[in-house]
Design a protein. Structure first.
Length: 201
């Protein structure tokens, strides 16, 4: 009976692995901030389109002093908005990197827990390998305990299989997040260079 309880203990432990360990509120807060930046960038892009349209309309009038001044003012407004767009894209990318860092931490903890659960499962499995079905029956006080033991074994098998699957999924997610992090870092460097170029103009 004690061995059956051991199976159930590991079964419960392994099934707890998929639960996230990173601060969900923090990730949700970051996602909200990312959404805010996306909305701001979208609004600024629309503003830039308006300035571009105004520049096309006033291009023909640029031969006059008033027209030239109007083109210059509109160009300055567009450049200022371009800078705001780039700054918001930088903020957006930084927030995305922060979110990815939290997700990587979460997946790393999941992997560690999955490995620990699988290791405990393998140890328990080795302890029972030498026992025949008759020995298991004799080691239990009554038939009800024997059935509980068999049921625990079945749950143990499902638990071990789920633990291995959790580990596979977490590793795949971790690799994806690392790749996305590298991509976002490259984009961040490009945006910083873009911002520096725009401020020179």
């Amino acid at each position: 009976m004690a061995l059956a309880l051991g199976f159930l203990s590991i079964f419960s432990f392994t099934n707890s692995v998929p639960t996230g360990y990173a601060d969900t509120d923090t990730i949700d807060d970051l996602q909200d901030k990312i959404k805010e930046r996306q909305d701001t960038i979208k609004s600024l892009d629309q503003e830039i389109q308006q300035y571009t349209g105004q520049l096309l309309e006033t291009a023909a009038k640029s031969q006059t002093l008033k027209g030239a001044v109007q083109v210059l003012e509109t160009t300055q407004k567009k450049l200022s908005t371009d800078i705001k767009v780039t700054e918001n894209k930088i903020d957006y990318t930084k927030l995305t990197l922060e979110k990815l860092s939290s997700l990587i931490e979460e997946e790393t903890e999941k992997i560690a827990m999955s490995r620990e659960a699988i290791a405990k499962s393998v140890v328990t499995l080795n302890e029972t390998d030498d026992q025949s079905l008759v020995e298991v029956l004799l080691n239990n006080d009554d038939f009800s305990s024997f059935l509980n033991h068999i049921e625990a074994l079945q749950q143990f098998g499902s638990s071990l299989k789920q633990g291995v699957e959790n580990l596979r999924v977490s590793k795949a997610e971790l690799e994806k997040n690392h790749a996305e992090t590298a991509k976002q870092k490259g984009q961040l460097e490009g945006l910083h260079n873009e911002l520096a170029d725009r401020k020179v103009l």
